[in-house]
Design a protein around this ligand. Structure first.
Ligand code: PXL
Length: 283
């Protein structure tokens, strides 16, 4: 394979333990052949589902960090944002998105799960994220984040296809060019569903419900999706690849009884992602 690495400005936290955010984003995108330039939003000893964590928010540091990048005149192939630690960081990301006009903009509004905001996440974040999503090429909320973004009541009641399409349209009406909702309960079972602006019908990637809930799987999904899109795959193929790899990591972790808080045991499986991507390049 001979082509220069695509570059991704990856705006996420660095959690020392628990496999989420940058500790998932960096290995996955690297394996898919992209160079990750991290923009750390916060440093945590472990993600927020652990108790007693040490946290350092980096909001005050980011302007100088990004000013240096501006002085270098950097242009990225993608900007991929996830966990933002404060409302002020949304403004900082918004400026970066405006400057990086040519970049693929993947926005994963990491705010919560199970119907609740993550511990320490400011109440203003849903409103801030709503305005940020207007600048996205792709948004990738889970069901909790969908409810927070739209102001709808959180519910895991099974949806009809038409209801799911209505939910995706709501996200597109916010201004995003494409929307993916992860782990949406359809009447036929769970699926990652997606739609592009201007389309009437959604696409879906169904998967079986697994009886474990690992933090960081949203980051894993969105990282594979970003890497696949950067390799030139269409949204359908990218969602399929991200769904398949995320499920594989969850199944593998369940088989080896990885403690849930430590996140999915993705490292032994990374070579599969590479081989898969390399085969596709040779096609
Ligand atoms: O995977 C989402 C995530 C990202 N960053 C931090 C988190 C979580 C989920 O718990 O706590 C710090």
């Amino acid at each position: 394979m001979s082509r220069p690495a695509k570059t991704v400005a990856a705006i996420h936290d660095l959690s020392g333990v628990g496999r989420c955010a940058l500790t998932v984003v960096m290995p996955v995108l690297s394996v898919l052949g992209a160079q990750v330039c991290p923009v750390p939003t916060a440093v945590l000893s472990a993600h927020t589902a652990f108790s007693g964590i040490a946290v350092r928010d980096l909001t005050d540091f980011l302007p100088a960090y990004l000013d240096h990048w501006r002085a270098l005149g950097l242009r990225f192939d993608a900007v991929y944002a996830g966990y933002l630690g404060s409302p002020a960081q949304v403004e900082i990301v918004s400026d970066l998105l405006a400057e990086q006009e040519g970049a693929l903009k993947v926005l994963d509004p990491v705010m919560g799960d199970d119907g609740r905001l993550y511990s320490g996440m400011a109440e203003e974040m849903p409103a801030k994220w709503r305005s940020l999503c207007a600048h996205a090429d792709v948004v990738t909320p889970n069901m909790t984040e969908y409810a927070l973004l739209t102001g709808e009541r959180y519910s895991l009641a099974p949806r009809t296809r038409a209801q799911a399409e209505g939910m995706l349209k709501k996200l597109l009406d916010m201004g995003a060019k494409s929307a993916v909702i992860t782990s949406l309960p359809l009447e036929s079972g769970l699926a990652n569903v997606y739609m592009r602006r201007g389309e009437k019908r959604m696409g879906l990637c169904a998967f079986e419900r697994l009886d474990a809930h690992y933090p960081g799987t949203g980051d894993l999904f969105a990282s594979v999706l970003t890497g696949a899109l950067l390799r030139g795959e269409a949204l359908e193929g990218a969602v399929r690849r991200a769904t398949a790899f995320t499920r594989l990591c969850v199944q593998h972790s369940m088989a080896f009884a990885t403690p849930v808080n430590y996140g999915v045991d993705l490292e032994p499986l990374l070579p599969l992602l590479w081989e898969d991507a390399a085969n596709r390049t040779r096609e």
